[in-house]
Design a binder for this molecule. Structure first.
Ligand SMILES: [Zn+2]
Length: 280
């Protein structure tokens, strides 16, 4: 191609051409796929087909990225309440993905990783105020002050008994799973599940991958250990194309303007999802 002679083909116009070609390919696919996805999710097409899984760590008055201020967390929960969001449980998400069960409009899951003490002291009262359910993925060997700053089993039990909080697994030691042997993986998966079940008298069915690392082999071991689903830190919304053992989440961090970041992340839908593009 003699680019030097094509004076009128500025970079901007090439950009437009590429965009138009891309749209020409994607739009028909989108029209083809979107109704099928919507039908499978039992959702109105106009409402979009997405489940937002919010991912928090700490709720405390510290200025670092993992610590959302309690007042910011309160404001975010109020936003969900005032704007037609419906908080669902991991079991409801599973039923929708695995069995096509119906979900309320604008479904959202609230999740916390690691099991910090402040989840009980700061987040739990705010969740109670709004009547919102949430899931806390605990690292079982960190509880009872084995490491400072983490929940006690008594606090975990109290929250679980309230019916508002689901305590689920984040493994025994929080090791990055891609660096563990199969024997270690099986131990992390089975022992954390067994420990929570024994102490809280419940079924543990979900796990969040520590540090977000996983692969197909790890996912197969998670399934084998009896979990119904696993959450990643892959950024995105869950929909009918999601894999139950690689569920997307939307992390919420403390930023210069935490509320604005929250709103942007809550409303952000990648272009390929708007077009109904199958993410797998
Ligand atoms: Zn973690």
């Amino acid at each position: 191609m003699r680019k030097d002679k094509r004076r009128h083909a500025s970079p901007a116009s090439w950009g437009k051409r590429i965009l138009l070609i891309t749209l020409a390919v994607l739009l028909p696919l989108g029209w083809f796929l979107t109704p099928r996805l919507a039908a499978r999710m039992g959702l109105d097409e106009a409402n979009g087909v997405k489940i937002v899984v919010l991912n928090y760590h700490k709720i405390e008055n510290l200025h670092n990225s993992l610590s959302v201020l309690p007042e910011d967390f309160d404001r975010q929960m109020r936003y969900l309440q005032d704007n037609g969001f419906h908080v669902i449980s991991p079991a409801e998400l599973h039923a929708a993905l695995a069995e096509g069960a119906e979900l309320p409009e604008n479904p959202v899951l609230i999740t916390f990783d690691d099991g910090y003490q402040d989840n009980y002291k700061n987040a739990y009262p705010i969740l109670q105020k709004y009547g919102f359910r949430a899931t806390i993925f605990v690292v079982t060997s960190f509880l009872d002050q084995a490491l400072p700053g983490y929940l006690t089993w008594a606090q975990a039990a109290e929250m679980e008994a309230s019916g508002l909080i689901d305590i689920e697994s984040h493994t025994v030691t929080h090791g990055s799973m891609t660096e563990l042997s199969d024997e270690q993986l099986r131990y992390e998966l089975a022992e954390s599940k067994r420990d929570i079940e024994k102490r809280l008298g419940k079924q543990v069915e979900f796990i969040a991958y520590p540090t977000g690392t996983y692969n197909l082999h790890i996912a197969s071991l998670v399934k084998e250990a009896g979990y119904k689903g696993a959450f990643t830190i892959k950024y995105g919304n869950v929909d009918a194309a999601s894999n139950l053992y690689a569920l997307e989440r939307v992390p919420i961090f403390h930023t210069a303007n935490t509320y604005r970041s929250f709103l942007e992340r809550l409303q952000y839908v990648p272009v390929f999802e708007q077009l109904g593009w199958n993410k797998s």
